[in-house]
Write a protein that binds this ligand. Structure first.
Ligand code: SAM
Length: 481
């Protein structure tokens, strides 16, 4: 079955969204993808009387139209429709379809190529989700001062491809409201985090208000801020427990990583390095798959290395890049030197794909800048446990930047902003058990022990174990979907 992104808005949310309009009741109002008509029903209830709607799915269209009489309904695709009518108000919950799946809609005449042929959509990045096309098209059909109210998953706000999109929105409209809603928003798919935007076409003086709401037991409840719902009751900051830095950056991997040098002298300048989290099995680097890195530390260089350096120097000068090395060559004869970084500690991947894990590196292996290196200020096994549990993972999952395709980017400040239970208040027996569990995880017993650590940490939090696990699982599922 073709995925048309059919997730329906609950009556309560639909009515809340309609209530945000400030236009006249006879103003022209459109829902570009009305589904089973939640917004049209709510609009009628609020006495709007000039309503139109599109729905591409014929079966759904036929089922819904009886309930929606008095509205002008089109069983058509909205995105490539040639109708040019302008509206005072548009309300929508656009389909959420990832770029890779857009071409699956070709039987409706929708493909990425067809969409991108339309100049209107040229502002969108190639990897735009289909809901972005809906928003752009809707904005183009608004009259001056017309209002658009739209609900969609808030992941884009944190995502990289959201930036150009935001720029486009704000070049055409003023954002009047940004309302973050959590809880049971949609009819089937509960618990996604979404945002409702109210946009007004044109430049206006008012500044955007941010609101936070939660849908609970059929009611919309106001929250004070986005993070309030996960106050674990922890006070200890990361900086009290550890320091952190990025791993080693070469600036030119092709030259420095796995260099094709064979001589014995060269090998004295070649060291083991861990490049990616994929090369690590478990929670220790002991059996990691290694790469090699060329680090020329002393001044006497033999012919093989000298030739190697000269070869790359020529390439860099010829191409003018990598820029940093090019500039170094212009200024500095020893442009080819790299400094080793103390990599012993707990390492954590800059990008998270599936589950998170902090890994102990007690070897002499260096680590690349795909990792952060965390240097413990307290007992390393205790720190290992404080990092490897679902209270920490959840904090990172919520603060990281989502990059699409399930990728989560963790910035250094995301780690520095982590909070932990107060160490001095941990019972002695718990500290002993936490260290013991860390040891067992590092030695190869895995996953389920992370839950045991979490259970111990939960004794020191307001938020119970089950709630943290559920929320974490939900967040992961949402990210990987
Ligand atoms: C996320 S649902 C929302 C439905 C409804 N507005 C609601 O909030 O309950 C999106 C709807 O858009 C429809 N749809 C998908 N692509 C469309 C297109 N190109 N033109 C019009 N409707 C489309 C889907 O069939 C689906 O019913």
């Amino acid at each position: 079955m073709i995925d048309l992104g059919q997730v329906f808005t609950s009556e309560k949310i639909a009515e809340f969204m309609i209530s945000l309009f400030t236009i006249q009741k006879e103003g022209a109002l459109l829902d570009p993808c009305f589904g089973d008509g939640a917004f049209i029903k709510a609009a009628k209830k609020f006495n709007f009387n000039n309503i139109e709607g599109y729905e591409i799915d014929s079966k759904l269209f036929d089922e819904s139209k009886l309930d929606l009489s008095s509205a002008n309904l089109y069983n058509e695709d909205f995105l490539l429709s040639k109708r040019q009518k302008k509206y005072d108000a548009i309300i929508m919950n656009p389909p959420y379809i990832r770029q890779e799946k857009i071409d699956d809609l070709k039987e409706y005449g929708i493909t990425k190529v067809n969409l991108r042929r339309n100049k209107l959509f040229s502002c969108l990045p190639g990897n735009a989700n289909i809901y972005m096309y809906f928003i752009i098209k809707a904005i183009s059909l608004l009259k001056k001062n017309g209002e658009l109210i739209v609900i969609f998953p808030s992941s884009w706000i944190k995502a990289k491809n959201g930036e150009r999109f935001k720029e486009h929105i704000t070049s055409k409209c003023t954002v009047e409201k940004e309302i973050h809603v959590t809880g049971e928003i949609f009819e089937k798919d509960a618990l996604v985090e979404v945002v409702v935007l109210k946009l007004v076409k044109g430049k206006h003086e008012f500044s955007c208000t941010d609101e936070y709401l939660e849908m609970k037991n059929g009611n919309l409840i106001k929250r004070n801020s986005g993070n309030e719902s996960i106050d674990f009751g922890f006070d200890t900051e990361f900086i009290e427990l550890a320091n952190i830095r990025r791993g080693l950056t070469t600036g030119y991997n092709e030259m420095f990583i796995n260099p094709s040098l064979i001589g014995e002298y060269s090998h004295r300048n070649i060291f083991n390095i861990i490049s990616t989290p994929k090369s690590i099995d478990g929670y220790s680097t002991k059996n990691a798959k290694l790469d090699k890195i060329l680090i020329i530390e002393n001044d006497s260089i033999d012919k093989e290395i000298q030739d190697y350096i000269n070869h790359y120097k020529l390439l860099i000068v010829e191409n003018g890049k990598p820029k940093t090395l090019f500039n170094k060559i212009m200024k500095d004869e020893r442009w080819y030197t790299l400094k080793k970084i103390d990599s012993k500690g707990i390492i954590f991947s800059y990008f998270v794909r599936n589950d998170m894990k902090f890994v102990l590196n007690e070897t002499d292996y260096l680590v690349r800048d795909n990792f952060y290196i965390i240097y413990p200020k307290i007992d390393k096994l205790l720190l290992f446990a404080l990092l490897n549990n679902y209270y920490t993972y959840l904090q990172l999952e919520l603060s990281g930047k989502k990059y699409g395709a399930g990728l989560l980017k963790i910035q250094r400040y995301d780690i520095e902003n982590l909070l932990f239970p107060t160490i001095n208040e941990l019972a002695e027996t718990d500290v002993i058990t936490l260290k013991e569990l860390s040891k067992r995880i590092i030695e190869g017993e895995q996953k389920s022990l992370i839950e045991e650590i979490t259970r111990i940490i939960s004794k020191y939090s307001f938020v119970p174990f089950e709630e943290v696990i559920d929320k974490y699982r939900h967040e992961i599922k949402h990210r990987l979907e």
